[in-house]
Design a protein around this ligand. Structure first.
Ligand code: KG4
Ligand code: ZN
Length: 334
């Protein structure tokens, strides 16, 4: 089997299409929706409309860049969920119509599994079984990955996702959206030990990130009452200290899971895996705990269709197809 697959991703604010042939990504076009910047966060209704405008040009470019004609395709894949319902509907409806028009089979992909399978786009690839810390704007999970399509969530956040915690912390400090990458950049020049923010320890492998927002809000209120420009004057140290607390919260549980599951193959995935502090700390932990650590290439950390294509490749080989009755599932689980 040597499948050529067109994959569509439209779960949030990135419209993306990718072509994969025999497991090799030939193209990965991503249209980022800048419109949300002025609102300080993703506006679901506007995301759906932008997907509607972007989807055909993005797919045309993906086919062109891959130098693949529609007649060469063997299947069409799309993100079924999790994600924003209106955004998912655009990708799902497009994929269904496209597949129907060309009489091709359809493959529905789980967005969270796809983030993990981004590790199989390029070498080095993790060996099974491995643990993946999946950290994005909507999820924070420790996943036991037994094979390409056999995954189990061992622990997850009980409230906010860590990406959300990054974005909301940045907003409280007056940084523009998307706050995560900005906070990361500013933190690079700060002292992470200057201020102290809570590192919440939940049961088992679970996480909680909602408390850190309140603690930052109180911290900002208290200090600006005494010194109005406190945040501006201390921004790098504040960012570095917040980032340190978020990373420690994540890694505490990852260390516990690695120890109890007796696994030394450790990967990270999702938007927050682009965080330079998290990447550097993981490299240190690799030395300390004798782990083999796998960090995704930056282009495959945040949402993209290449990871959907990679998942679709393995599903094609496993004969895992869906029907024209397929519909999005905003709360789909791994
Ligand atoms: O995986 P993703 O693109 O979309 C979701 O599926 O949610 O993740 C987006 C999240 C956002 O919260 C964004 O702020 C965060 O990833 N993010 C970062 C960095 N780059 C993206 N957070 C911290 N540091 C970064 N460098
Ligand atoms: Zn994502």
């Amino acid at each position: 089997m040597n499948p050529t697959i067109l994959a569509i991703e439209s779960s949030c604010d990135e419209t993306s299409a990718s072509v994969i042939q025999n497991g090799r990504v030939l193209s990965n076009i991503v249209a980022t929706q800048a419109i949300h910047e002025q609102y300080g966060g993703v506006v679901p209704e506007l995301a759906s409309r932008a997907h509607q405008q972007n989807i055909i040009p993005v797919v045309s470019q993906a086919l062109q860049r891959a130098n693949i004609a529609k007649s060469q395709l063997d299947a069409v894949a799309f993100t079924r969920g999790p994600g924003l319902l209106g955004a998912l509907l655009v990708g799902c409806s497009f994929a269904k119509s496209f597949a129907l028009g060309l009489n091709l089979p359809l493959i529905e992909v789980n967005h969270m599994q796809a983030h993990i399978l981004a590790h199989f786009i390029d070498a080095p690839q993790p060996n099974f079984p491995f643990l993946c810390l999946t950290v994005s704007g909507g999820h924070t999970q420790i996943v036991l990955v037994r094979s390409h399509l056999d995954m189990e969530v061992l622990g997850q956040t009980t409230d906010d996702a860590v990406g959300e915690a990054f974005d909301k912390s940045a907003k409280l400090l007056g940084l523009p959206y998307p706050g995560g990458p900005m906070l990361d950049k500013i933190a690079a020049t700060g002292n992470p030990n200057r201020f102290s923010f809570p590192i919440v320890n939940m049961e088992g492998y679970d996480f909680s990130f909602s408390g850190i927002k309140t603690s930052i809000l109180n911290f900002v209120k208290k200090n600006t009452a005494a010194e109005p420009d406190f945040v501006q004057h201390n921004l790098p140290d504040i960012c570095a200290s917040i980032q340190w607390a978020l990373i420690q919260t994540l890694l505490k549980k990852l260390v516990l899971a690695a120890k109890e599951q007796n696994i030394k193959e450790i990967a990270i995935a999702g938007g927050v895996s682009a965080n330079s502090g998290l990447r550097a700390t993981l490299q240190e932990y690799a030395q300390k705990h004798n782990w083999n650590v796998y960090l995704p290439a930056f282009e495959y950390c945040t949402d993209n269709a290449a990871m959907i294509a990679m998942a679709a490749h393995y599903q094609y080989l496993a004969g895992d197809f869906t029907t024209q009755y397929a519909s999005p599932d905003p709360r789909l689980k791994v």
